[in-house]
Write a protein that binds this ligand. Sequence first.
Ligand code: ADP
Length: 301
Amino acid sequence: SIVVVGSSNTDMVVKATRLPAPGETVVGGTFLMNPGGKGANQAVAAARLGGAVTFVAKVGDDVFGQQAREGFRQEGLDTSWVLTDAEHPSGVALITVDEHGENCIVVAPGANGTLTPDELQRAQSSIAQAALVLVQLEIPLETVARAVALAQAHGVRVVLNPAPARTLPDELLRHVSVITPNQTEASRLTGITVHDDTTAEWAARALHAKGIGTVILTLGAQGALVHHEGQTWRVAAPPVEAVDTTAAGDVFNGALVVGLAEGRPLRDAVDFACRAAAVSVTRMGAQASAPRRAEVDALQS
Ligand code: ADP
């Protein structure tokens, strides 16, 4: 099975004609409430594609947490390790979107910020039995580090999606099996501004030099660049009509771990991830846009 360790949020979106200035009230249009959080998005994406997924996360003892948990059950996730924090509210993101699609986001991590290394330690047996562990950076860094250390101690491959962008200690990176930064994240991690093929390859090599066996840079509409066992190759993104690229990276990561957990060669798993992400950008939404298996197979790369 696949263990995803990460965040769960409720995204509350209001569409307005324009974004408010400080102190200003803008009367908006439609209101939408969507399940989100990178951890939850990636766990759901993997489950829709046929992965057996255990989600390790923390929500608050409130209506948002209950709804999130119910959503995970409907998606077929194992929620045994979705913990409840009695003292902190569930994570929420308040999002305003203007007519041009420009947005303004405030995130209150709430219970995501209280998932501790000790709690993760209690989920150790799930991690030990996993084919793969997938983790991102919307939970405390020491908990991410524990996830990586536990996976490594049990000989389980660990995929780190280093999002949102930040710098990371070499000691953590050294134990990661696969890293999947986008251009911004790769630039932040390496100090190399990634803006074309050459700089993407430099950044990939720099991350590899930190001890990470497999580096996969996602390059938006340009697809991905992979550096693995001394080889570097590009994977083109299938040409699609992009409508909303929200969570493209989340779908990419969810699909990648499904491919890898099935024992597919890296090349095939990355192709599968690119195809799944390409399908997701043709529709609105984060979790809502995550495709099912047949839709991905139907899109020939
Ligand atoms: P993030 O969403 O984390 O910023 P990217 O923008 O790099 O990450 O997108 C992740 C993946 O989604 C890309 O590697 C690519 O496979 C796919 N993707 C993103 N945008 C497009 C697009 N316009 N057309 C096709 N595929 C896309």
